[in-house]
Design a protein around this ligand. Structure first.
Ligand SMILES: NC(=O)c1ccc[n+]([C@@H]2O[C@H](COP(=O)([O-])OP(=O)(O)OC[C@H]3O[C@@H](n4cnc5c(N)ncnc54)[C@H](O)[C@@H]3O)[C@@H](O)[C@H]2O)c1
Length: 266
């Protein structure tokens, strides 16, 4: 890894994607690191222009060979990350992974790869610092209330419902409130599904339509009061402070750290 005088060398895998392109801009503009390459499977002609002098690769092996990066940031798809990671980690690049969709076994496999090569890695299902704080704040509140609702809203193209973040929030609430939350079950349900999903008594509602990005709201209820906590993602820039934090910290780690909260010390 870099020293005080040498910047951290970073390459971005999935660099032509919506988040990857944002990471390219953020790393290029950040202090203490240098963007040593951008990798994606699509032809360079179809990729928005890269910052001057940043090489583009469609082959990750070539990128690793030419750039010898300290860190590889990955925002692609799990089916592309899984074959890429042993190559990158084997070449000494510490992974900072934003890609979602890994099974528990696959996460353990990535951890084992990092440990085998005595490297750190970071995998964060959500790099938005505000979303991580929402989960922490909600977990603090959970033991004090008997009712909890999660309402999440996303764009119309999202393939899953509820969102992984909403499920993660529900798990965090249940951990902090091990008894099932109270939940009203209607005596009559003229329209099926209207009460939403049920995770240990936590009701989850998912809204999907254009004009939205990613929004999560947790509402707690008790006699005479409610408490509402909400996080809104309105631009993919929201992930960048978390990604830059992970790039700066990954050199101090050994094995795979899962979750940005661990790096934030909360
Ligand atoms: N952790 C977080 O905070 C966070 C936030 C947003 C999105 N995500 C996740 O990040 C990933 C990317 O999201 P996106 O919205 O940028 O998607 P996207 O489809 O815009 O970008 C994915 C990129 O990966 C590239 N890619 C696919 N297969 C490849 C391969 N074999 N080799 C090289 N590149 C390949 C694609 O060409 C594309 O440019 C998804 O898994 C998404 O769920 C995570």
């Amino acid at each position: 890894m870099s020293t005080a005088s040498s910047p951290i060398k970073v390459i971005v895998h999935g660099a032509a994607g919506r988040v990857g392109a944002e990471v390219v801009r953020a790393v290029h503009g950040a202090s203490g690191m240098t963007l040593a390459g951008a990798v994606d499977r699509i032809a360079q002609a179809d990729v928005p222009p890269l910052p001057d002098g940043v090489p583009y690769y469609t082959d990750v092996r070539q990128a690793l060979e030419h750039a010898s990066p300290d860190v590889i940031v990955d925002f692609s798809v799990a089916s592309a990350s899984l074959p890429m990671l042993p190559i990158a980690i084997g070449a000494g690049a510490r992974p900072v992974i934003g890609t979602t969709g890994f099974s528990d076994e696959q996460v353990s496999y990535i951890d084992a790869l990092c440990r085998e090569h005595k490297l750190g890695g970071v995998l964060a299902p959500n790099f938005a610092i505000g979303a991580v704080l929402l989960a922490k704040l909600a977990a603090i509140a959970a033991p004090y209330f008997d009712y909890a609702d999660i309402a999440e809203e996303h764009h119309e193209a999202k393939i899953d419902a509820p969102s992984g973040t909403a499920l993660g929030l529900a798990r965090a609430l249940h951990e902090a409130h091990p008894e099932r939350f109270s939940r009203n079950e209607p005596e009559r349900e003229p329209l099926a599904g209207t009460r939403g999903g049920d995770y240990e008594g936590i009701t989850i509602h998912s809204g999907r339509m254009p004009g939205r990005m990613a929004h999560h709201q947790v509402t707690f209820g008790g006699p005479g009061q409610t408490l509402t906590l909400r996080h809104d993602t309105i631009d993919r820039q929201c992930y960048m402070p978390g990604v830059l934090l992970a790039i700066r910290k990954v050199g101090e780690l050994e094995g795979l750290t899962v979750g940005l909260d661990k790096l934030m010390g909360i």
